[in-house]
Design a protein around this ligand. Structure first.
Ligand SMILES: Nc1ncnc2c1ncn2[C@@H]1O[C@H](COP(=O)(O)OP(=O)(O)O)[C@@H](O)[C@H]1O
Ligand SMILES: NC(=O)OP(=O)(O)O
Length: 320
């Protein structure tokens, strides 16, 4: 198979399988993830890895607030986002080091702290939509709204979570650094947690209180570095029509037009599958010949071989 430049987005279970939130639990999940990534890297492809941070950044924010004082100030959300990139980047680098040695892969992983430019007037700042951190009961949620002004929302019957603004990614400040690392055969971990959100103000980059959607940042990054394939890894092997119902129909290969039709019919849930499908559509529409695949973590390598997942093709492409 020809060498490809593949951008791989890691969904929640790639870092936190089950509910284990200890460092050991999350390192173990990263180790399992690294085994899949090593297979793709072993085939000679260039890979760039992005990841989510919703649960982790929410917990970092809570830890900041415990025992805070003038001498021990809590860090703002952009800085907590940077902490989550460092933490998860370390776990992934550590796991990839071990697995690459076992598998005889000679590459090294390198994490780039990534700042992502957002528009400070993005309407998303007035309408928080991104759930982060732990789940609360109704009374706890009410108290957090009253004492801290948090926006809290019930999340699919599992309890209440804090919502924060999630503005659209516009540009990636470290894109040249990332490109240079790829050119030098590093496995790059970048754009973690959707990137550290910054706004341009008076010639400066100012951190803002937000968490960017990692699927949208992944798409932006894939375009900027001229990737061939966008591989989005989540909990399901394929995307489906009538998901979760008795009429569920799994999809293997879709044209751009078919995907738009199914999206417009409402088959992909907002906040979960919809951003992934939108990222896939934007990527394949950005240049002919580009391909997006959505699949589960354990099928990542099979999906690159064309044996698993849902593949979305660019406009002029024909189904095989
Ligand atoms: N049409 C659909 N086809 C497949 N999965 C869907 C669909 N609509 C919603 N989903 C749900 O979306 C989930 C992926 O979104 P999410 O859990 O937010 O992703 P992440 O892995 O990035 O955390 C799937 O695991 C599935 O439960
Ligand atoms: N930043 C982000 O999109 O994180 P999750 O994928 O964990 O929600």
């Amino acid at each position: 198979m020809n060498k490809q430049k593949i951008v791989i987005a890691l969904g929640g279970n790639a870092i936190q399988m089950g509910n284990g939130a200890t460092a050991e639990d999350q390192k173990q999940a990263c180790y399992q993830t690294a085994k899949q990534l090593a297979q793709i890297s072993k085939s000679g492809h260039d890979i760039v890895i992005t990841h989510g941070n919703g649960p982790q950044v929410g917990n970092i924010v809570l830890q900041q607030q415990l025992n805070q004082s003038e001498k021990l100030p809590a860090m703002p959300l952009d800085t907590c986002g940077a902490m989550s990139q460092g933490m998860i980047g370390y776990w992934l680098q550590n796991a990839l080091y071990e697995v690459f040695q076992q598998e005889g892969v000679t590459r090294t992983a390198a994490t780039t702290l990534t700042q992502v430019v957002v528009d400070q007037n993005d309407p998303a700042f007035q309408h928080p939509t991104k759930p982060i951190g732990s789940f609360y009961n109704e009374a706890e949620a009410k108290e957090l709204t009253e004492t801290k002004g948090y926006t809290m929302k019930e999340d699919a019957g599992r309890g209440y979570r804090r919502l924060v603004p999630s503005p659209k990614p516009i540009d990636i400040i470290e894109k040249a650094t990332i490109q240079s690392l790829i050119d030098n055969e590093f496995v790059v971990i970048a754009g973690g947690g959707g990137g550290i959100p910054v706004a341009k103000r008076d010639g400066k980059l100012v951190g803002v209180e937000a968490v960017i959607d990692k699927d949208l940042t992944t798409e932006k990054l894939a375009e900027l570095i001229d990737a061939d394939t966008l591989l989005i890894l989540t909990a399901v092997e394929k995307i489906s029509l009538h998901f979760g119902s008795q009429q569920q129909q799994d999809l293997e290969q879709l044209t751009y037009e078919q995907t738009v039709t199914y999206k417009d019919q409402g088959h992909f849930a907002p906040g979960s599958m919809l951003p992934k499908v939108e990222a896939a559509l934007a990527f394949v529409d950005s240049k002919p010949g580009r391909k997006a695949i959505i699949t589960s973590l354990d099928k990542a390598y099979d999906a690159i071989l064309g044996k698993a997942g849902t593949t979305i093709l660019s406009k002029e492409a024909c189904l095989s």
